[in-house]
Ligand binder design. Structure first.
Ligand code: TIU
Length: 225
């Protein structure tokens, strides 16, 4: 611990100086539709086990964050029941037989209030932890996340969740442009595609940390402990 309250976390491309009072854990889209068998993700032909390996490390990191009284924020990707915020292009993309808003075994696909849209029970938010409902891949676009972070004095984000190259990368890029320092624990983010997992992380830390830093949850926890 430094005199200014920061701790040093071993990371790539270089050491991350983490300020616990200014650092939120931002958990992206750990929703049943993406992670559970029978959900939207699996219906698109994806292997959900690639994402499910992130559950246990996320549970450990979340419980640690809570034990330290540090800020936790959750996001969910989804749409209004009337689908007024669903871009027509997103509705028809992929030419699937069932798409966003259609009925599924876990309710209407990616619609707010439906079972499949909600966060998996293992990581369910506690009272006082803001949930950002976002219509896009990034957590900043068309949401109040930036305002919430500013009001809480947050300047750093540990970004976890799914999927690495889609909603995690988009959010890290949006955050970077708004001046936040992002740290991504590689064990806490997942992709349906192993090659995108690898490249998604490389893209963040390349060129001296063009979008942010990459580390491991064990290193983050041991540094703050
Ligand atoms: N949360 C998130 O990444 N949404 C996606 O649509 N991901 C896919 O990989 N499809």
């Amino acid at each position: 611990m430094h005199s200014n309250g920061t701790v040093l976390v071993e990371a790539e491309p270089y050491t991350y100086e983490l300020s616990p009072s200014q650092c939120a854990l931002l958990i992206i889209d750990m929703q049943r539709d993406f992670l559970e068998p029978g959900g939207f993700g699996e219906s698109l032909g994806n292997d959900v086990s690639q994402l499910r390996r992130t559950i246990e490390p996320n549970v450990r990191l979340l419980e640690f964050w809570r034990s330290k009284g540090m800020q936790v924020i959750h996001t969910r990707e989804g749409h209004r029941p009337d689908l007024a915020d669903l871009p027509p292009a997103k509705k028809v993309r992929g030419k699937g037989t069932s798409t966003i808003g259609d009925p599924s075994p876990m309710g209407r696909i990616l619609v707010r209030g439906e079972a499949g849209h909600d966060i998996i029970p293992e990581l369910y938010p506690k009272d006082g932890e803001p949930i950002i409902d976002k219509p896009g891949k990034g957590a900043f676009w068309a949401t109040d996340l930036h305002a919430i972070l500013q009001h809480k004095g947050i300047k750093q984000l540990v970004v976890t969740g799914v999927t690495t190259e889609v909603c995690v990368n988009t959010t890290v890029r949006e955050a970077n442009d708004r001046g936040y320092d992002c740290l991504v624990p590689e064990d806490c983010v997942g992709s349906y595609f192993p090659e995108f997992q690898e490249m998604g992380l490389k893209m963040i830390k390349a060129q001296g940390g063009i979008f942010g830093w990459v580390s491991h949850s064990d290193k983050i926890i041991s540094s703050i402990s």
